[in-house]
Design a protein around this ligand. Structure first.
Ligand SMILES: Nc1ncnc2c1ncn2[C@@H]1O[C@H](COP(=O)(O)OP(=O)(O)OP(=O)(O)O)[C@@H](O)[C@H]1O
Ligand SMILES: [Mg+2]
Length: 533
């Protein structure tokens, strides 16, 4: 049955209009008539037609002018021109303007019917081409948040809807709008629908697409569901992939008067299977992306550990060689200072020998500590009390640098298993780095917080100091990387801390934006009686 196909017949001669109407209706086409181009154009603006058959010579607006205007309103509509005084030239100019074909009066009805059939096939083909184009667009995007709005826009265009929304199922099996086209934010609806709730929920539950024509309350399939908006016609289509429900697509006509047809439902079907496939691909891509990130993270940890091991060996050798002569220099310098036989100038010189040698010893001690990072005594450590002790040690420095410390530790923070002295060293390194980064700032603020996240304790040291430029973010944990002036930093604090946390089965990482401060984040496994040896 062709009742869905609507043809507009435009002719100023009532006899022709009546004859064509009669013949076309008897072939199950729906026919609307217009007496000139102007009236035809007005009707095309309001209703959806599949085809127009129009005379060329008419008063007011002629056929060619009307053809131009119709193609502007709807380039997809096929127009067949007819005239009684046809010349080859008018035929050619009509075809150039986009007419599908040309028939001469008096009509041969069989010829007209054959041309109509062909024209309709062409417009179906064009719609399918649109769907094909859409699918190419869809598959070139792989991120869901970029993909869904594009899909909504394309569906809106292809289905000639006034608005389209794509609802996806969340992990609680509720439907929520994930993307929309042609809808204001306030109309998108923030509610989440359970399966069976409203029209979308019903369609999702039954996994059966529907066309709704006219008001909902007149539709027995949806009795008891009232319409939220004034919708003239709607297609609601489930998005299903390998039998699994992913969501639904809602396409609505609120302004366009023509209802959706079974042809539209066919396009929606092709479109929805493409959309479901694309969502499926995007989900797979997301899982893959997470895996790759995880592998990259583990790899960079591995590189960091290898670097530490290599530098550790070297450092141990050098430190050992320097340590002995250094002990001699310090000892003799102290002896000389105590002897009382030196002039004032000489005492100053020896004092500076002593100061510099002591600095060398601190560096050597750092190096040794770095290389000998073997597991210390393992005990149950309360990270909150340990932090208090570290802050106490740094109290004077922090006060002098005018830095406020905010501590947010939950009362019931679980303990960890580890070496308190080493963990304290990590605290001291991080606090001292933060202090140095905020030096000279008036409102220096160091926030230290702890939280229990899925069996791990996460500690955050957040300062509002100078921050770390992006090009240095990968380097700060490298041994001997420092941006501090010569003599101010050895560049070992963070690599030592990194190694210590790693030995505690934890991770240490940094987030920062230059000029906006830095946050160092430690994650450690919670101590549980079961995991204790
Ligand atoms: N909180 C922070 N804010 C900004 N930059 C930081 C911060 N912490 C570390 N950095 C950067 O990372 C570099 C390396 O830090 P690390 O603690 O390893 O060495 P250092 O502080 O330079 O010297 P050391 O700790 O051995 O005395 C620092 O020089 C600094 O550039
Ligand atoms: Mg440091």
């Amino acid at each position: 049955m062709k009742e869905q196909i609507k043809i507009l017949v435009v002719d100023d001669e009532p006899g022709i209009r009546d004859m064509l109407s009669y013949e076309l209706c008897s072939h199950d086409y729906q026919v609307v008539t217009a007496v000139n181009g102007e009236e035809a154009l007005e009707k095309v603006g309001k209703e959806k037609f599949d085809l127009v058959i129009s005379d060329i010579k008419m008063p007011r607006m002629g056929g060619l002018e009307m053809l131009d205007a119709i193609k502007k309103v709807n380039p997809d509509i096929e127009v067949i021109m007819s005239t009684g005084y046809g010349t080859i030239e008018t035929a050619v100019s009509a075809m150039k303007k986009g007419a599908y074909d040309f028939v001469q009066k008096p009509f041969n009805l069989d010829e007209i019917l054959a041309i109509i059939e062909k024209a309709l096939e062409k417009s179906e083909l064009r719609a399918l081409l649109g769907v094909y184009e859409a699918s190419r667009n869809i598959f070139s995007l792989i991120k869901l948040d970029e993909l869904l709005p594009v899909m909504a826009g394309l569906s809106n265009r292809i289905l000639k809807a006034d608005d389209v929304s794509i609802m996806l199922m969340d992990h609680e099996s509720r439907l929520a709008v994930a993307a929309a086209a042609g809808l204001d934010d306030d109309k998108r609806g923030k509610t989440r629908l359970a399966l069976g709730e409203r029209v979308a929920g019903k369609v999702a539950q039954n996994q059966d697409p529907v066309i709704i024509d006219g008001p909902l309350d007149k539709d027995p399939r949806f009795s008891g569901i009232d319409s939220l908006r004034d919708i003239r016609s709607a297609i609601v289509f489930p998005l299903v992939m390998e039998g699994r429900l992913l969501g639904v697509l809602n396409a609505n006509r609120t302004v366009r008067e023509a209802p959706f047809t079974s042809a539209d439902l066919r396009y929606a079907s092709v479109l929805c299977s493409q959309i479901a496939q694309a969502i499926h691909n995007a989900t797979l891509y997301r899982a893959l992306d997470n895996k790759i990130r995880e592998i990259q993270r583990i790899q960079s940890q591995l590189v960091e550990s290898e670097k530490l091991a290599a530098v550790g060996k070297l450092a141990a050798g050098v430190a050992h060689e320097i340590n002995n002569p250094l002990t001699g220099i310090i000892g003799f310098a102290e002896l000389l200072l105590k002897s009382g036989e030196l002039s004032y100038g000489q005492r100053e010189d020896v004092q500076s020998i002593l100061d510099q040698s002591q600095r060398c010893r601190r560096i050597v001690q750092n190096l040794l500590q770095f290389s000998r990072r073997k597991k210390g005594n393992v005990e149950t450590v309360n990270l909150g009390s340990l932090l208090e002790a570290s802050l106490q040690l740094m109290k004077y420095d922090l006060l002098r640098s005018d830095i406020t410390v905010e501590k947010h530790f939950p009362e019931d923070l679980p303990c960890v298993q580890g070496n308190a002295a080493q963990l304290e060293q990590v605290y001291l390194n991080l606090i001292s780095n933060a202090r140095q980064a905020m030096e000279g700032k008036k409102d220096g603020l160091l926030k230290i917080s702890a939280s229990n996240e899925d069996g791990r304790i996460v500690l955050r040291f957040e300062d509002n100091g100078c921050g770390i430029p992006p090009e240095n973010l990968n380097k700060v944990f490298d041994p001997f990387f420092t941006t501090k002036a010569v003599g101010q930093g050895t560049g070992l604090g963070l690599s030592i801390s990194y190694g210590i946390i790693q030995e505690h089965q934890g991770t240490l990482r940094v987030e920062s934006q230059a000029g906006k401060g830095a946050t160092f984040i430690i994650s450690l496994p919670v101590f549980s009686k079961e995991s204790a040896i």
